[in-house]
Design a protein around this ligand. Sequence first.
Ligand SMILES: Nc1nc2c(c(=O)[nH]1)N(C=O)[C@@H](CNc1ccc(C(=O)N[C@@H](CCC(=O)O)C(=O)O)cc1)CN2
Ligand SMILES: Nc1ncnc2c1ncn2[C@@H]1O[C@H](COP(=O)(O)OP(=O)(O)OP(=O)(O)O)[C@@H](O)[C@H]1O
Length: 189
Amino acid sequence: MDADANPDAAKAQSRKACLAARDGVGRLARAAAATRLFARLMHLRDRTIAGYLPIGSEADPRGAMRALFGANRICVPVVTAKGAPLRFREWWPGCALEEGAFGVPVPTEGGWRVPDLLIVPLVGFDADCARLGYGGGFYDRTLAGMGDAQTIGFGFEAQRLDRVPRGPHDVALDAVITEAGVYHPPASD
Ligand SMILES: Nc1nc2c(c(=O)[nH]1)N(C=O)[C@@H](CNc1ccc(C(=O)N[C@@H](CCC(=O)O)C(=O)O)cc1)CN2
Ligand SMILES: Nc1ncnc2c1ncn2[C@@H]1O[C@H](COP(=O)(O)OP(=O)(O)OP(=O)(O)O)[C@@H](O)[C@H]1O
């Protein structure tokens, strides 16, 4: 099968494999990934940074979110409607949360923010920084409308595919951080 000709079917297959691999990631790799994310972002000041509140076996960015809070504004994604871009609500350490769409925790109060940097959860990725998500298209729709915001995928080596099947809407990330290092997309020129 030509994966790019039928990306939705190819993605569904890859998604299962990536989620199973992610479920198997151990504590050491999880701690190492979190440390790398923090090391990469700790210099930031006066930014509006979208983190996320992890579900299932996702890499946990909350340590970096807590550390970045204070010198930066932190927000997290909220699904407001199917087929709509995500919106981002202010988050702070210990803020009250409730269960939102798809079982994702969301803050109960706080203003809406427009992030200039997004830490993006991954189901899978490849070395060119193509991303595979849960399949709702939420991040693709969101990033399509965000202009020059910086995007950093966060996950584990176990989630790396040889090549993520490309769909017409897919937006490549500016970097992917895992426990092993940082990936950047190939230069476009
Ligand atoms: N932590 C986190 N927050 C996020 C996302 C995400 O991927 N991760 N999203 C990214 O778009 C949006 C929520 N969209 C989602 C769309 C589908 C599923 C989903 O299919 N979940 C699986 C099982 C989840 C698990 O691992 O426990 C399911 O419902 O079967 C999850 C989130 C916004 N917030
Ligand atoms: N910008 C967009 N406009 C319209 N449809 C889109 C857009 N982005 C994605 N879609 C559609 O949404 C569906 C899911 O897309 P895709 O499989 O790429 O999601 P994903 O990136 O894995 O998931 P997510 O972004 O929610 O984590 C596809 O059918 C795709 O065509």
